[in-house]
Structures are given as C-alpha cells and as structure tokens.
Design a protein. Structure first.
Length: 279
C-alpha cells in the first residue's frame, strides 16, 4: 500500500509540471492533481493520515473556508487560453481577477452556488476594463475581453476603427508587433495602435491590416443590463461583434476584473519579465 501511495504521488507531481506544457498534461486539471496527491499521501500511511485528520479537522475546515472565501469574494486565478488579447495578454499568462470589482453574482462562486439572479453590491464596469465573464453560450466557460460598450451605448467598427456613440475612439500608430506561430513555423506581423477611451483608459491593440472580416460592422446598440466586449487582437478575436458567437454579455455574467499577472510561460521557459505586470 505504501509503494502504491508513493507511486500515485509521483504520477500527480509529474502531471503538475506537465501542466506548464500545453497538451502534455494527462490526468486532468489542477484540482484533480491536488486530490490525487492527497489520496496518494493517505495511502502511504493510512493510520497516521486518519489520526492527522481526527486531530486537525477543525484547522482543515477553517483553511478550506478561508480559501473558498478568498476565491469567491476577493481574488481568483485565471489563465489566458488564446491570443485574442495580444499584445497585452499572452497565451501562458496567469493572472489574478478581483471578484469584488463589479459586485457578486452566482458566477462569482464555485459551481454557481448559491443559485440566484442579478448582482449583489453591483457596480458597472468602466470602458477599457479587462474583464472575465461567463460565456453567453455556455456559462461553465470563462472568457476574457476588454469592455468597450456599456448599456445604451452605440458601438461600431468602420475601416478597423472603433466608434462609440458616433465618436471615433482616437488611436495613434506605435509600430509593428511580430507573433511567432509554432504550428507552421512562421511569423505574423501586426500593426500596433495605442487606443484611448473617453475616460482616459489607454491600451495597445493589434490590427492585421485592411480588409479583415470584422473591420466594418453594423451599429450595435447595447441593451439594458448588458455590455459589449472586444479582444485587443482585433482581427483574431471572437467577441461581441459576432452576435451568434458571443454577442451582448449580460452584466450578471461578470466574474471580475483582471488585475495583475502573477506568472507567465511560453511553453519552453518562464517569462519572468511579465510577472507583476498590471492590466
């Protein structure tokens, strides 16, 4: 039994390291790894494990409650799964999301419990915020985009330029940004623009060039209790401009505001220079 427990622990420790290599993990997510380690450790010495639980169960329960409270009410980790927020957020970035910034809904809590509608201590986001929210077509999936439209706003893209309430969002050219594709061993070159909202929030966006499918859109009028969000990688983002994909996002779906990167890697090595970068 002891040998079996040690073997299980080693397998799950290996899988934790493999999580940093996309596609290499073979035993599920981080929660599965933690449970596997606990199970393996318990098999190493069942008797001592039982004694430990009996003597410290109150401490364990308090620790679990504190962890759940922090995750539900303060901060939650989130990883960037795609390149839709380049150049500001990259695949392999891990960041903290503040749960209290917009109040709380059922999407703020683990497993969507307790089930209730609306928001408690609700607060509207600001234009330019980078927010995590539950995907409109499947609320078990979280998305991250930049909020550009609030309830009642009219949003449109014309020739690649963003307009809000018929006013052009000013942007200035900053140069080029190159992205390396490991899939086909090629580089992609984007134009970089610095975009500034009317409230002063400023950020970089990528533009692949003229003639892209989302460069010209209809006028979107954001409904009551909804928001409109776009990726910073404007030509490589499935966002509110595609109504059948994401569309308008109910404010109730907001999970929190992205705050700071606490870890980053590029499949091969850590990107230490990105750690601590604000969003």
């Amino acid at each position: 039994m002891k040998i079996l427990g040690i073997s299980i622990c080693l397998i799950f420790v290996l899988n934790i390291f493999l999580e940093f290599i996309p596609g290499a993990s073979f035993l599920g997510d981080r929660n599965t790894n933690i449970l596997g380690l606990i199970f393996g450790a318990s098999l190493i010495n069942i008797r001592k494990t039982i004694e430990l639980i009996n003597n410290n169960y109150k401490t364990f329960l308090i620790a679990v409650c504190i962890a759940l409270a922090i995750r539900s009410f303060l901060f939650e980790p989130f990883s960037i799964p795609s390149g839709s927020m380049k150049p500001n957020l990259l695949e392999g970035d891990y960041l903290f999301v503040s749960k209290y910034s917009y109040g709380f809904s059922r999407h703020s809590f683990p497993f969507g419990f307790p089930p209730f509608s609306g928001r408690i201590f609700g607060k509207l986001p600001e234009r330019g915020d980078v927010a995590v929210f539950a995907y409109t077509k499947d609320t078990s999936i979280d998305y991250i985009k930049r909020i550009v439209g609030l309830p009642g706003d009219r949003v449109q893209v014309k020739q690649g330029i963003l307009y809000i309430n018929d006013e052009e969002v000013p942007r200035i050219a900053k140069g080029e940004w190159r992205s390396w594709s490991l899939n086909n061993n090629t580089h992609f070159t984007y134009n970089v623009f610095r975009e500034t909202m009317s409230n002063g929030v400023s950020y970089d966006v990528l533009d692949f060039g003229p003639g892209q499918r989302l460069d010209n859109t209809l006028v979107f009028t954001v409904p009551k209790e909804h928001i409109f969000a776009m990726g910073d990688n404007r030509d490589q983002s499935s966002d509110s401009r595609i109504l059948e994909s994401l569309g308008f996002i109910p404010i109730e779906n907001l999970v929190g505001r992205a705050e700071v990167i606490f870890y980053s890697h590029d499949r091969l090595k850590p990107r230490l220079e990105r750690i601590g970068k604000g969003i």
